[in-house]
Design a protein around this ligand. Structure first.
Ligand code: SAM
Length: 334
């Protein structure tokens, strides 16, 4: 090493050492950030989600603002536990301040009630253990634990009356199938102009609208959620396929599927299995395609995967052809 280079290297080393010392000194001088949970409330219960509001006091001892990055928590009632994690967007604690924040998480209400073995409308004892992650200067991600306990009021869920039945929650919440996966599902089902396509739980109507637009076939979408039905009808209107597509508020488990040639599903594994007795009424040669979920006890004809350019995630599509090829279920129950 030449003299000049050695001088530069020494300077850089000294600077690095100084920065390191500053980090330690900073913690000593400013102390550590802390969080204190003040309370928890659930509100705004819908057919699908409820909003959890965590009131937390955060102390920022640094001379610069402190970004809150994410929140993970467990809610325990008796021996039952619910776990969740959520990112927090654009929340910072100003320099040298202690501030109270209300942090939110949207929770699938049905899942929360099931986990805590509780009923909407009741009040239960709870213990909440919160981990708040902050991006501390020089230190990076730091976990701030806090907790609270008391009584948690579970808001009453809205009621949805369809026909004779009253629903308090959906069997599965709305998550749309990315458009390129929709196209692949219809391609795999070899949809033809003469087909009648049913989408069970049609969401915003994207599958039935695409089938009608691309293949000129008739299609019917069924959903329970009034918001989704509204979106589907708007989608049909926007794409001018009202002569081919019908949208109806129906519980998919009460539908007669005997007229469909193609059935599309994006539900859950257990719901696919629950549909088997109805799917067995399909005409021979009819096709069923399911996004992401298999149907335990029925052998698929094809399973394909593709990475969607909309979410950069790998999706699986299952294809079955009627009559269904039943096989023993892993659980041994036929
Ligand atoms: C995961 S989304 C799939 C939406 C759409 N098929 C797609 O792939 O983009 C499931 C849909 O099923 C609906 N749903 C849930 N339970 C239902 C039931 N029992 N009867 C009718 N629709 C239901 C939900 O409202 C939701 O829109």
């Amino acid at each position: 090493m030449k003299v000049g280079q050695r001088a530069i290297f020494s300077l850089a080393l000294a600077a690095a050492l100084l920065t390191g010392c500053q980090t330690t000194q900073q913690v000593q001088r400013f102390g550590r950030p802390t969080a204190r949970m003040l309370g928890l409330k659930l509100q705004d219960a819908k057919l699908d989600y409820v909003t959890a509001l965590f009131e937390v006091e955060v102390d920022n001892p640094y001379p610069e603002s402190l970004p809150l990055v994410s929140l993970s928590y467990s809610l325990t009632s008796d021996a039952n536990m619910f776990l969740s994690a959520t990112p927090i967007t654009l929340t910072t604690v100003p320099a040298n301040t202690r501030e109270v924040f209300t942090l939110q998480d949207k929770i699938v209400y049905e899942r929360l009630l099931r986990a805590l073995n509780a009923k909407a409308g009741s009040t239960i004892p709870y213990q909440a253990d919160l981990r708040l992650w902050v991006d501390a200067p020089d230190e990076g991600l730091v976990k701030l634990p806090s907790s609270s306990q008391g009584q948690l009021a579970l808001p009453g869920a809205p009621e949805l009356a369809v026909g004779e039945k009253v629903y308090h929650a959906l069997d599965v919440i709305f998550v749309p199938t990315p458009q390129d996966v929709v196209e692949k599902m219809l391609e795999l089902a070899e949809v033809k102009k003469s087909d009648l396509v049913y989408d069970l739980g049609c969401g915003d109507g994207r599958i039935v609208v695409t089938a009608a637009k691309k293949y000129g076939c008739r299609a019917a979408g069924y959903d329970l959620d009034p918001q989704r039905l509204k979106e589907s009808l708007e989608n049909v209107q926007k794409n001018q396929v009202g002569d081919l597509v019908t949208i109806e508020q129906r519980d998919i488990f009460t539908l007669d599927l005997s007229q469909a040639n193609v059935v599309t599903l994006y539900l859950l594994p257990s719901l696919n299995v629950k549909l088997i007795p109805q799917l067995e009424k399909l005409k021979p040669g009819s096709r069923i395609v399911s996004h992401d979920f298999a149907m335990e006890g029925v052998k698929p004809d094809k399973v394909v995967t593709l990475t969607s350019e909309h979410d950069d995630t790998e999706h699986t599509i299952y294809l079955w052809t009627a009559p269904l090829k039943k096989e023993p279920r892993a659980s041994g129950i036929e």
